[in-house]
Structures are given as structure tokens and as C-alpha cells.
Design a protein around this ligand. Sequence first.
Ligand SMILES: NC(=O)c1ccc[n+]([C@@H]2O[C@H](COP(=O)([O-])OP(=O)(O)OC[C@H]3O[C@@H](n4cnc5c(N)ncnc54)[C@H](OP(=O)(O)O)[C@@H]3O)[C@@H](O)[C@H]2O)c1
Length: 391
Amino acid sequence: MASAPLPDTVPETMAAMVLTGHGKIDKLVYRQDVPTPRPGPGEVLVQVTATAKNNTDRKAREGLYPTKEKGEVTSFAMGGEATLTFPRIQGADVAGRVVAVGEGVEAGRIGERGLLDFNLYPDARRDINLMPDYYGHGADGGFAEYVAVPSDQFHHVPNPELADAELAAMGMCSYQTAYHMMTSARVGAGERVLVTGASGGVGTALIQLCRIVGAIPYAVSQPEKADALLSLGAEAVIDRGDLATFVERTLAATGGAPIDAVMDLVGGEMTDRFIDTMIGDMKARSTYPRLSIAGASGGNLSEIMWTRIYLYQVQIFGVSHGTREEAEQLVAWIRGGDLKPVLHAAFKLSELHDAERYFVARDSNYLGKIVIVPDSQWNAHGARFALEGNA
Ligand SMILES: NC(=O)c1ccc[n+]([C@@H]2O[C@H](COP(=O)([O-])OP(=O)(O)OC[C@H]3O[C@@H](n4cnc5c(N)ncnc54)[C@H](OP(=O)(O)O)[C@@H]3O)[C@@H](O)[C@H]2O)c1
């Protein structure tokens, strides 16, 4: 079926940051002559006003997703074939406005402001997503002026109190992953949850989502971020610095009660200690210990004794992205004002290299998300969130 023609208001070419291959930052090339995508049947064309950065952009660029073979340089390939091909436009968490619709989509959607559910779902099922892939990896994403996406995954979020950059900062890559970590581990009201990587995109989402479901989040981070994490909803903040005393300090924060479930975004040598916060005294528990794993900011390999897992009945959940149902629940919470953006700074699309360097270096006040705004949208949507001196 043919793609829809572009309306007169949309130029034939656009600016985009194009990923030209696996490698270092120089593989990201800023171009101003990229053909503007046309919305296919069932799609909307979105004029991008803000796109959040995620760790996955860097990992996908560097080919850091080893799956079957340890150390293999690869990208997502859960269906057998690698879906990342080049050139590719990255950028998963897109906010913007509908400027054109494809066949079968109501023209009334033009002008709608919304947020993209970033998944390339393998099928229409609403409660399961067996092969996570996403816009910005298996298809072009939002580091561009326009992107074409399925109309049912571009969710209307009118809320005038939320700037577009703030809406992008609540994108699904972080929030849906966080929520799916919790639903997989069946986190319930009153449970004590250890939120690792707490100052990051997923961690700040986890803290808020724990409070929404009535759970009690204990944040693992660095002392200089403690005040911000406590204001976001953390019950206490545990310094991730001294591993030898980590368990003792965590149990001091809970008043001696075990952690019910760990949300592990860190991995490496910390995971074994995270397990210790749950299994020290099984008499003190009324549920199975649960470990939800969705990231590896501290290392991709962990050494764990299987006896500690099976004798203590630790339930382990591997988590990537989430389901359509979960995305829709999150959008409902965003519309209802239950979730708050944690936006650290905005950068211009043409300055994505600077944003990447800043993202990796992370200064001591860094909390939450970095958002990328197309240069043509900067004055309207980016400048007020720029780092000091960058406006
Ligand atoms: N499975 C999925 O679908 C999915 C989706 C999104 C993200 N992820 C993964 O989840 C992880 C977190 O993502 P994010 O977007 O939240 O990242 P982020 O915004 O970059 O945050 C990373 C967090 O990890 C902490 N951290 C960094 N290095 C660490 C270390 N060596 N030891 C302990 N903590 C460390 C940082 O804490 P401090 O502030 O204390 O330094 C920060 O809070 C990443 O590994 C990412 O690739 C997976």
C-alpha cells in the first residue's frame, strides 16, 4: 500500500543525526538532507519536538548487546536476525505533534501533541512482548525533525502543564521498563523495594512507580544525590560506595526488615550483595525474595552461587521493555499527573555529540533524563532546559 503524500507544510528533506555504523561517537553524522519519512497505512507523521536520550543509544552504537556468545559485538537479534541496519536514526522516546496521517487514520488527529510508545511489537498481543525491539533501533527514531510511527502507539497527552521536553523525559524506554520490572516481580503495596541505579532514567521512574502502587522504595545511589531522591519519593538513600558494608547499611535503613524485591539495573559485583539484602533471615519474610534485572550499568557478568538462589528460592526475572497494556497504564498516569518528569537538561540535535559526552561523564548533580531537541524547535522547546551557558 502506498504511503501518503506530505502536506505542503512539511519539507521533502529534514535534519537528522544519522548513525552510520557500529563504533565511536564519530559514527553519528548530522545531515540536513535526509528524506522526510511518509506515513504508511495506519501511521502518523510526527514533527519531533523532543526526544529523550537513553543508555541503549550508546550500547546499540557501540554494539554492546552480547546475547548468546559472551563478548560478541552485536545488537538486538531476538528473532534470529539483527534488526539494527545502517544508516539508522536513533532516539526512542519521542514527543511531538502529528502533522500528517497515513491511510486509515483519522485526519482529526493532525495537531495532536503526544508521546510515542517506542516498541516495535512483534504482534498485537497486549499482555506479552517476547521480542523487544524499538524505534531508534529496528526502525528510525526521533533524533530527527520528523518520524513516522503507528497511530495507536502515539499517545495523545494534551496536559498543558507539561512541556514537550518534560513529556519526552517520561518516555517508555525508562518508564515502561521500570513498570515491567515491578509487574514481573509482582511488587505490591507495603513491600520494601531496593531501587538500584536510582538516579538514572529507569531508577527515577521506579521510585515514583513504587509510590503509586504503595510500595516503599529504598534508593541506591551517591550521597550528593540523596536530597533529590528523597524529594522524589525514596524512603532512604543507600550509598553505593562501600560494598563491604552495603548489606548492613541497607538493613539499617529498613530498621532490620529484609528487602522484599530488588530492581537490579547495576549487575556486576553488586548483584550478590543485593541478594543478601533479601535472604539474611528467611523467618522475617512472608513472600519469596524477588530479583528483577533490566540493566547492567556496573558490569555484565555477576558471580552468584546457585545454591543461594535455589535454596532461598530467589525468583529471578529478566526484563526488557514491557507490554502495550503497561504503556497505556503509564500514559494514563502521565495524563492524570501521577508521574513527574525528571529532566536534567536539553541539548540541540546538532550537538548530540556533546550530549553523549556529557551523558557518559555524568556530573555529580546529574539526575534523570537528557533530552534532545531539533535545532529548528530549540527556541520553542529546548532553550529553557539548556545547561547554564548552553541556551
Ligand atoms: N532492559 C531494558 O529494556 C532497559 C531499558 C532501559 C534501560 N536499560 C538498562 O538499565 C540500566 C539503567 O538505565 P538508565 O537509562 O536508567 O541509565 P542512566 O540514566 O544512565 O542511569 C544509570 C544509573 O546507574 C548508576 N550507575 C552507573 N554506573 C554504576 C556502577 N558502576 N555501579 C552502580 N551504579 C552505577 C548511576 O548511578 P549514580 O548516579 O549513583 O552514579 C545511574 O543512576 C542501563 O544498563 C540500561 O542499559 C534496560
